[in-house]
Design a protein around this ligand. Sequence first.
Ligand SMILES: NC(=O)c1ccc[n+]([C@@H]2O[C@H](COP(=O)([O-])OP(=O)(O)OC[C@H]3O[C@@H](n4cnc5c(N)ncnc54)[C@H](O)[C@@H]3O)[C@@H](O)[C@H]2O)c1
Ligand SMILES: [Zn+2]
Length: 372
Amino acid sequence: MAQATIHVLPRPYQAWIENGLLTRAGSILGDLLPQTSRIFVVTVAPVRKRWGAKFVAALKAAGFAPQVILMPDGEPAKRLATVEAMAEKLVRMGADRKAVIIALGGGVVGDVAGLLASLYMRGVELVQVPTTVLAQVDASVGGKTGVNLVAGKNLVGTFYHPRVVLIDPTVLKTLPEREFRAGLYEALKCGIIGNVELFLRFEQSRAKILKRDRDELEWLIAQSVKLKAEVVSADEHEGGLRRVLNLGHTIGHALEAETNYRSLLHGEAVAWGMIAATNIALTVGRTDSVTAGRIADAVLSLGRLPEVNVSAKKILARLQNDKKTQNGVVHFILPREIGKVEVASDVPERAVVDSVEELRRLSRGGWVWGKN
Ligand SMILES: NC(=O)c1ccc[n+]([C@@H]2O[C@H](COP(=O)([O-])OP(=O)(O)OC[C@H]3O[C@@H](n4cnc5c(N)ncnc54)[C@H](O)[C@@H]3O)[C@@H](O)[C@H]2O)c1
Ligand SMILES: [Zn+2]
């Protein structure tokens, strides 16, 4: 079993990564929480259908009496209205300040239930039990919660760390193929940022990974979580180091927004963004062509990505309005070598435009999921 500690004040916490962990969740929580805790499991229908009974049974076996709160599925549910509706429900169910909220689901459930836990009665205990690759390697660790506004994604939120993160990679076997692969790009990102061995695994065991070999996934997820835990421990609030986690996200976010969050999943946008960042790094002389080629190959060999048919000028305009832009300067995370990245604030506009044009060229003849 692998464990990663997230060193934050006032209370560090652990992420546990183990195949089959869902069935041990009750005993682990039994050691961490008072036996009298009232547990509320926030989840969505597709996850409840596949894993709800198993998880609830594990909690009951440990003496808890969990109650399930269902929220609507999908990104459109990431709204303050969902938080309010669930808070009302909690009151009706008699939840007090000793309530424990467990987020059982993907990043949407984690973000919404996390925000709910941080606000309900000014804050109740939270446990993250992520069930998508993206949520396991990224969203469940680090304490960011949030919902969307009409004006943009994640514009309202809090930093609120869970008591513990319980990661069972075996739940990924029921994940739709496209969601599964989209999450893998975030794991690959962790390799590029700071774990050569993890990157090599993508080069050498790709077939096993794509077949969802359970041991391969368990290892890969544990390594990714450890990297994220280290970065968050060093820089909880994204003052500096945490920005490296945004590799591929500068252009990725702009691509998502420019395509109205319709044609690309987040991980797919990050995949394109990592290729763009790699091209930029090559253009401005931060990396060499061998490294750039390996990164692009590792991304593209995980499967075909939806086509990006966007205007490079519009992407540039969006970058300049990004909430992470400081004083009009766009920061890019650029790969230097495998396992090493750096922050660059001096990327010429031309290099950005060229990198987006290159994405269009690469993706020509690409395909849109669901339509082929
Ligand atoms: N807080 C953070 O640090 C952070 C980081 C990255 C992303 N996010 C957020 O995460 C969200 C995306 O998360 P996501 O990609 O997990 O999407 P998601 O939560 O919408 O889940 C994707 C789909 O998979 C289904 N699903 C989940 N687990 C399943 C399983 N085991 N088997 C079958 N189906 C399953 C869900 O019901 C949903 O339909 C975005 O809103 C993003 O902003 C947050
Ligand atoms: Zn991401």
